[in-house]
Design a binder for this molecule. Sequence first.
Ligand SMILES: [Zn+2]
Length: 68
Amino acid sequence: MTLGKKAVCALCDKPQAESYKPFCSARCKLIDLGNWMNGGYKLPSEEAPSQAEILDLSDYLSHKRQQF
Ligand SMILES: [Zn+2]
């Protein structure tokens, strides 16, 4: 493992995007937030969540936030 420290997504190892650091996309950022909130949500390997799932998660998170 001496390929240098390229900044990759904390979730999926794709290159990080400036606006979503340390993730590659809004998707990974959301998923990580969900992980954090749920304390152990498992990613289905390699499979990208559908738009509906992402919207669902956003919705879930905004509800969570309102509770705090
Ligand atoms: Zn990613």
